[in-house]
Design a protein around this ligand. Structure first.
Ligand code: COA
Length: 413
């Protein structure tokens, strides 16, 4: 069926039920007035991708515990699970890995475009621009063609890491290096940014980090992705809008801020004074708190274990002692309000040990989360209705236009 027909059919159905809906909405008017800032607790979609139990600290992807996936799966296998709904067979996984490997390179035109980006820009801005540019290079939008969906999934999963790595070298004045076909997904990414083949344990731990960040239900960037997807635009615009949303410090940007905060605290004896001052001044402690979890984020538990594995193998990091001390001191001060470490608290320490520059932490979050965004894109297309919430108007009414020369300094008449 052509896309236009899909859209027309959806529109007709929407029009037909509009009268009934408006009557139902009127009778439900008092409930609709209940404004929930940040949509807290408001279901905005139905989804079968990911489930969170914020009281027990449980996270599942398509019914599988994230701890089991982090211990046994690979990022690409988990991405397949998230996007297509089931774990792949041996042959399906090999085919998926091969397809992703074949799509890793990015056009020299995109690399040339990235060479014009300012060297001191944030890599998230570079990623948002380059992800959006894929829509120019692969402009056929055929959302009703399953092959188009498969190609877009491959391209985005394959090319996003290459674009992050390309900007990393370009901003240092170097030419990006090409992906290496003999290296698996995570090892290849580490190779492209460090220009060294990584230790297998380091690559395995990095891969587990990607699994942990791959999906998290209707967080801000995924909501952005679904809203954008609901307009039936192309998947590159969907991912670009989600990247822009992830960049903020209340979302993906927090892991950079955690390291800055630990540096500012400096020594263990400064932990308690810092916490007391920050809490008194109503400042947020970065890497703490979560809308969904009222206990320690299960991903933080796993990341802490991965961090310890890294330190045991490659040497201790005293910043980890500081982080543990902070977690301990925060437990008595913030724990009673259900505020505990979230995914960002230990991830920065892992990436730091892997030699990854701090401003690449959030782009790495995006590399992982693209799997979740694409799963939600596909799910949204499967039962689409354009997002168009309502609002409670709080502005003026009944004002009369005043000629420019008759307005006072405040702009009124
Ligand atoms: N440090 C100190 N207090 C915190 C806090 C933190 N990290 N996170 C929440 N709180 C407190 C708030 O001050 C507020 O207290 P109050 O009721 O006395 O005013 C209360 O907890 C609710 O905070 P609120 O910001 O409304 O919660 P939220 O559900 O809207 O926010 C986050 C969730 C994640 C945005 C928030 O916890 C935060 O900003 N954390 C720091 C940034 C971060 O680590 N983000 C990564 C998320 S994975």
């Amino acid at each position: 069926m052509a896309l236009a027909m899909v859209v027309d059919a959806a529109q007709t159905a929407a029009d037909t039920s509009a009268a009934e809906k408006s009557a139902a909405e009127k009778s439900a008017a008092p409930a609709a007035q209940a404004f929930r800032p940040g949509l807290e607790g408001v279901p905005a979609t139905q989804s079968s991708i990911c489930d969170i139990d914020g009281q027990k600290g449980l996270l599942t992807y398509r019914g599988y515990g994230v701890d089991e996936l982090a211990a046994n799966s690979s990022f690409l296998e988990t991405a397949y699970l998230l996007i297509w709904g089931d774990l792949p067979s041996f042959d399906q996984l090999r085919a998926f890995e091969n397809d992703v490997q074949m799509h890793r390179r990015v056009s020299f035109r995109i690399r040339d475009m990235m060479k014009c980006f300012p060297a001191d820009g944030h890599p998230m801005d570079a990623l948002q621009s380059s992800a959006a540019s894929l829509g120019l290079f692969y402009s056929r939008r055929a959302l009703d063609d399953p092959d188009y969906i498969v190609d877009a999934v491959m391209r985005l999963i394959a090319k996003i890491p290459t674009m992050v790595a390309a900007y990393q070298l370009i901003r240092k004045g170097q030419d990006p290096i090409q992906p290496r076909d003999d290296l698996p997904y995570s090892a290849n990414f580490l190779y492209m940014i460090t220009e060294r083949e990584p230790d297998p344990l380091a690559a395995r731990i990095f891969d587990a980090c990607l699994i942990l960040h791959a999906e998290h239900s209707l967080n801000a960037s995924t909501f952005s992705a679904r809203v954008t997807a609901s307009t039936l635009t192309d998947p590159y615009a969907v991912v670009a809008s989600a990247v822009g949303t992830l960049a903020g410090p209340l979302h993906g940007g927090a892991n950079e801020d955690v390291l800055a905060m630990l540096e500012q605290i400096g020594t263990e004896d400064q932990v308690e004074p810092y916490l007391d001052r920050a809490i008194a001044e109503k400042q947020k402690i970065m890497g703490f708190g979560h809308r969904e979890y009222k206990v320690k984020d299960p991903r933080a538990v796993i990341l802490q274990d991965l961090a310890e594995q890294l330190f045991n193998r490659f040497g201790h990091d005293s910043m980890y002692d500081l982080a543990r001390r902070l977690e301990e001191a925060a437990a008595t001060r913030l724990g009673p309000k259900g505020i505990y470490p979230n995914v960002d608290f230990y991830s920065g320490l892992v990436y730091r040990k892997l030699g990854i520059p701090r401003d690449l932490f959030t782009p790495i979050f995006a590399i992982a989360r693209v799997a979740g965004w694409l799963a939600h894109w596909k799910e949204q297309l499967g039962a689409n209705r354009i997002y168009r919430p309502t609002q409670i108007y709080t502005g003026s009414s009944g004002r009369s236009w005043v000629p420019l020369d008759a307005r006072n300094a405040a702009g009124g008449g």
